[in-house]
Design a protein around this ligand. Structure first.
Ligand SMILES: CC(C)(COP(=O)(O)OP(=O)(O)OC[C@H]1O[C@@H](n2cnc3c(N)ncnc32)[C@H](O)[C@@H]1OP(=O)(O)O)[C@@H](O)C(=O)NCCC(=O)NCCS
Length: 187
């Protein structure tokens, strides 16, 4: 398997059209270009893109994106997506870890999100990071009539969470190494 070089950063404005395309592919069109631009313009929004390239000199290709709103002391995770061709390699772990780390850096104390009850992959991912089911919104998704599960992750400001972050960091680094993925910047 050839090496891929990965970078996580707040997206550049010019990357937003690619994010809209990825959103259409992964989430069926959650937000428009204007919606993503508003997120980028809001300095309190946690907004991360994940790009890859096979050579450090190549143009980076967008392969993932995650976002949270910072509301009082809470991180409301609104979006998490990895390009279908890159799933199952630990990149969802990497992106969620990076969002949570940023939430901690911003001094936030809790994280929450909603997920379709049929989305077992994402539910496994969230549970792995200590999210606990807190409730259900019946028929929340208008297109499919599916229920939304509401998850919360408390204690982001506690020392035990920092220990967990360190633990996940080690796991993610080994997973990336196995997949021949090289992070261009430290986790
Ligand atoms: C959810 C999503 C971001 C996961 O991305 P990914 O890169 O495949 O995730 P990873 O390879 O890092 O796997 C992360 C965890 O997800 C879970 N997972 C991944 N693939 C799984 C599968 N086939 N079955 C069950 N759990 C799975 C596991 O807990 C896994 O952790 P582990 O491999 O360390 O045990 C990706 O599937 C996606 O973009 N889906 C479409 C958008 C979406 O549904 N977003 C969430 C909306 S709330």
């Amino acid at each position: 398997m050839s090496e891929i070089f990965l970078k996580i950063q707040r997206p550049l404005s010019e990357k937003l059209p690619e994010i809209v395309e990825l959103d259409q592919l992964c989430l069926g069109g959650l937000w428009t270009l204007g919606g993503y631009q508003r997120e980028l313009d809001n300095p309190k929004t946690g907004f991360l893109s994940l790009t890859s390239r096979t050579k450090p000199t190549d143009a980076p290709e967008l392969i993932g994106c995650g976002c949270f709103w910072s509301i009082l002391e809470e991180a409301h995770i609104t979006l998490l997506m990895i390009h279908p061709d890159y799933r199952g390699r630990g990149l969802g772990n990497l992106l969620l870890y990076s969002l949570l780390k940023q939430a901690v850096t911003q001094g936030l104390e809790r994280a929450t999100l909603e997920v379709k009850d049929s989305n077992t992959k994402a539910i496994h991912l969230y549970k792995k990071f200590g999210f606990k089911l807190a409730g259900k919104r019946k028929k929340y998704y208008q297109k499919t009539g599916e229920d939304a599960l509401i998850f919360w992750r408390n204690d982001l400001a506690k020392p035990s969470f920092l220990e967990s972050l360190t633990h996940w960091q080690g796991q993610i680094q080994s997973q990336l190494l196995e997949q021949n993925c090289i992070l261009e910047e430290e986790l």
